[in-house]
Design a protein around this ligand. Structure first.
Ligand code: SF4
Length: 380
């Protein structure tokens, strides 16, 4: 067994392709240090300068009204619920303006599946943001929102994507992937589209020139094999499109929702998954650690397990914080976290171009206004 694991680790560290069975064996049985060392070897070869990137953006939730009622979600309110809200366009533009003022390069517009929001709503939203702030990249919504708007408007997925791309959408967030295999997905989000449908929307978008990221929410009772299956489903699409820029696993937050009693993934499970993801996704460029859900310590450890990106300093985040993620940070903390891991921090844009590399501590940012109200999440 040890020789077999060594062989798989070596092949993966050399950028060879490993099967899902091999990935599962590494996940469950490989020694922790050997797993991390192999993943870090891949990271070093791909990013030999030792740079770890971060992004400044703002996540603006436009409505919490949603008809999909995912059991793990503490954010949504059913239509007509007294605590339901929607922000008007002026408020959304005001928040975009604040983000630009604080140096954000990207906005993530995310929200519930409002029964009245069809393609026209998103066309108006994206075109208004682009008109007012052409410098802001709109990396927003996800396949679930696209399916919802297409259904409300009675148009095809393709036509919906073309319309919102034309209006200003630059790329699609990896939101809503949760767990893609049928069994765990039905258990936590029975009204959401299937994993296959989520991937189909991504594939259509990629073919239309709209790239995206991919996420995974772990810790709601799925098996180890289902975690690997989730990654295989994404890798298969990536083989055909090359449109996923990054893989971003994060841990389910167990408060204030209908899945009480389920455990979160442990830090060790998360770190092992991160390392296996780096070895398995030979065809995905970037691997991001979610320090909002795991905490900064685990986020820093992930930098030694193959991670090259720490996602965003977010200026607003309501969805995951509603479910209990309480980690906070500001830009200076995040940069310090990267530097004290022995890496070089760099601010990036949505396309992973380096905007500012902080080669020495003298180059570090000093703007402590850039902070998350609740902290950062997956910049999906
Ligand atoms: S996760 Fe998204 S789709 Fe599911 S209930 Fe929450 S807001 Fe609605």
């Amino acid at each position: 067994m040890t020789a077999l694991i060594d062989d798989i680790l070596q092949r993966a560290a050399d950028d060879g392709r490993i099967s899902d069975e091999e990935a599962l064996l590494l996940y469950t049985d490989a020694p922790f240090h050997a797993l991390g060392e192999a993943a870090d070897a891949v990271r070093r070869r791909r990013y030999p300068q030792g740079i770890v990137t971060y992004l400044i953006d703002r996540n603006i939730n436009y409505t919490n009204v949603c008809v999909t009622a995912c059991k793990f979600c503490a954010f949504y309110r059913a239509p007509k619920h007294a605590e339901g809200w929607s922000h008007d366009l002026d408020e959304i533009l005001r928040r975009c303006g604040e983000a630009v003022e604080l140096g954000a390069t990207q906005v993530m517009l995310q929200g519930g599946h409002h029964p009245d929001y069809g393609v026209d709503y998103y066309v108006e939203l994206f075109s208004a943001v682009k008109r007012a702030y052409p410098q802001l990249v709109i990396h927003s919504i996800g396949p679930s929102e696209i399916l919802h708007m297409a259904k409300v408007s009675g148009v095809s997925i393709e036509d919906a994507i073309k319309a919102i791309k034309e209006a200003g959408l630059d790329s699609i967030a990896g939101a809503g992937a949760e767990m893609l295999p049928d069994r765990p997905r039905k258990a936590i989000a029975p009204l959401k589209e299937s994993g296959a449908r989520w991937l189909e929307v991504m594939e259509v978008a990629h073919h239309l020139g709209v790239e995206s990221t991919a996420t995974m929410m772990m810790g709601t009772g799925e098996t180890n094999a289902e975690r690997i299956e989730h990654m295989r489903m994404i890798r298969d699409v990536q083989d055909r499109t090359g449109g996923f820029r990054a893989f971003i696993p994060w841990t389910y937050q167990p408060e204030n929702n209908h899945l009480k009693g389920r455990t979160q993934a442990t830090s060790l499970e998360y770190l092992r998954l991160i390392a296996v993801a780096r070895l398995f996704f030979h065809n995905v460029a970037h691997l991001q650690a979610s320090w909002l859900t795991t905490g900064k310590d685990v986020g820093q450890l992930a930098l030694h397990m193959g991670v090259d990106d720490l996602g965003s300093i977010m200026l607003e985040e309501n969805v995951i914080s509603s479910a209990g993620a309480k980690h906070r940070s500001n830009l200076m903390d995040l940069v310090h976290l990267i530097r004290s891991a022995g890496r070089i921090p760099a601010q990036r844009d949505t396309l992973y171009n380096h905007l500012t590399v902080h080669w020495t501590p003298d180059d570090d940012p000093t703007d402590d206004r850039v902070t998350s109200h609740f902290s950062s999440i997956v910049n999906v």
